[in-house]
Design a protein around this ligand. Structure first.
Ligand code: ADP
Ligand code: MG
Ligand code: ZN
Length: 469
């Protein structure tokens, strides 16, 4: 049976003010309820006004996902009762969203349909003090602008779902609409998942709500696929439930069944007239569109970077900015890409850092690559220097101070090669029948030079002195 997955993703817009009032939107670290006003507190008589910047950002994001933008969009009230929603409704969008019918392409070339992309306001937050028999309400986040995007049920594996989210994040950051940072709650996802036999109609789905990391999206999908498969293969039926994800237990749990699903009684927001999006405005937004990751990937390809590397770098905004600065000075962009996707990303993972949080600069990396390219140091030496270069040390200084320059003086190496040949007659004797044995000699010469002999030169000298091809 094949998994069928659809995602609903919320992105917190990085606007200065909230969606329908002038309150500061980024309230991280502020005292509770300090960024509020009658509008976002839902006081009677207050009136919302549409944040033009938020609409522009949502338009830009919709266009980046190839959505159609209608001439008129409309806000609706989604009615529900919960202590974090002071108005007892959320202003959202319903049948006239700001974008619809787009797609996002995965590395495989598969296009995942974007059903819709709309604007809405965020809710506040409940705070549960330890051991208290009450909860507190913080409305700083209430009324902040969100984009919600909904996909078609086009995803087929947890890995695809993860890649989709990585790409959404990269696009949101590249077009500067959201920090899209799950750790800070700036990107949250609900996953919908069902199983079916290929080419049969869709099966009954469940929805897992409010996942705040890419890892929990992947894990919860893996968990549900196993659970649903076991149930269906045992002759059972899936009930269309809304689930939560238990991070500690790494399992889903029931939040509510379909029978309890709320009827939101959507109706057009009476305090906001339909919003016209004329073609002049839309083309201005299109013109101001920053370079998209997909365009970056193609540009890197044209520089001679392998597609695999180009794709990874282009879909990571921090890496892409770094690569652009380094490649501008480098003779060999592929070498820069190799470092970024190889040893540097290993170092970053081990230290749990992003590249912008390190002392590594594009100039330092370019310098390191040039030292290898012109034969001053071996690739091995360069790798050994990396941890210090990551902390801001200039590679050429390290090479100078430690005498790490590769020896390419053939007289010096020649003497070393001859000594190694003379001292290893047993190995030399086997080389006729086993040409690979020459590598043992090569290794020994490199060791005795303490890694400074140029390996290519050593191999050439060994071959000529031993009369090998
Ligand atoms: P609901 O009415 O439960 O909100 P929607 O039709 O609005 O369902 O779809 C919500 C999300 O669920 C979308 O991302 C959609 O692609 C996905 N979805 C719909 N049906 C299925 C299914 N049978 N299996 C997996 N995902 C589905
Ligand atoms: Mg829905
Ligand atoms: Zn406000």
């Amino acid at each position: 049976m094949e998994p069928v997955i659809g995602l609903e993703v919320h992105l917190a817009l990085n606007t200065k003010s909230k969606m329908f009032c002038a309150c500061r939107a980024d309230t991280f670290g502020l005292a509770p309820n300090s960024s509020t006003c009658p509008v976002c507190l839902g006081l009677p008589g207050s009136l919302p006004t549409i944040n033009r910047k938020a609409v522009e950002k949502a338009l830009r994001f919709s266009l980046a996902l190839h959505c159609q933008v209608p001439e008129t969009t409309q806000f609706h009230r989604k009615n529900y009762y919960y202590p974090d929603a002071p108005k007892n409704y959320q202003i959202s969008q319903y049948d006239r969203p700001l974008g619809a019918g787009g797609f996002l392409e995965l590395t495989s070339g598969r296009r995942i349909g974007i059903t819709r992309c709309h604007l809405e306001e965020d809710a506040g937050r409940l705070v549960h003090p330890a051991y208290a028999d009450y909860s507190l309400v913080d409305l700083n986040r209430a009324g902040a602008a969100l984009i919600e995007l909904v996909t078609e049920p086009d995803l087929r594996t947890p890995e695809e779902a993860r890649e989709f989210l990585v790409r959404v994040q990269a696009i949101a950051q590249a077009v500067e609409v959201s920090d899209a940072n799950p750790e800070e709650g700036k990107m949250r996802a609900d996953v919908n998942i069902s199983l079916r036999r290929p080419s049969e109609p869709l099966g009954t789905k469940v929805e897992v709500k409010n996942l705040n990391s890419f890892k929990s999206v992947q894990r919860s999908l893996e968990y549900e696929i196993k659970r649903q498969r076991r149930l269906l293969e045992g002759g059972g039926r899936i009930s269309q439930d809304t689930l939560g994800w238990d991070e500690g237990g790494q399992k889903t749990f029931l939040l509510r069944t379909k029978e309890e699903t709320a009827d939101y009684r959507y109706f057009p927001e009476p305090d906001l007239p339909p919003l016209q999006i004329d073609s002049t405005w839309l083309s201005q937004v299109q013109k101001a569109m920053p370079e998209l990751p997909e365009a970056k990937r193609q540009r890197y390809g044209a520089l001679g970077v392998r597609d695999y590397d180009a794709s990874i770098i282009a879909y990571d905004v921090a890496l892409a900015n770094f690569f652009d600065a380094a490649a501008a000075q480098a003779r060999n962009p592929q070498a820069i890409a190799n470092w970024l996707n190889g040893d540097i990303s290993g170092w970053l993972n081990a230290h749990n850092l992003t590249i912008s949080a390190t002392a590594l600069t594009p100039a330092l990396l370019t310098e390191l690559v040039a030292l290898v390219d012109d034969g001053t140091i071996s690739g091995k030496t360069a790798k050994e220097l990396l941890p210090e270069v990551m902390q801001g040390a200039a590679p050429s200084r390290l090479v100078e101070a430690r005498g790490l320059k590769q020896v390419s003086d053939s007289a010096e190496i020649s003497a070393l090669v001859e000594a190694v040949i003379a001292n290893n007659s047993a190995i030399v004797a086997t080389i006729k029948t086993n040409p690979k044995a020459v590598n043992a000699l090569l290794g020994q010469v490199l060791r005795e030079s303490r890694g400074k002999a140029n390996p290519e030169l050593v191999r050439a000298l060994l071959n000529s002195k031993l009369g090998l091809g």
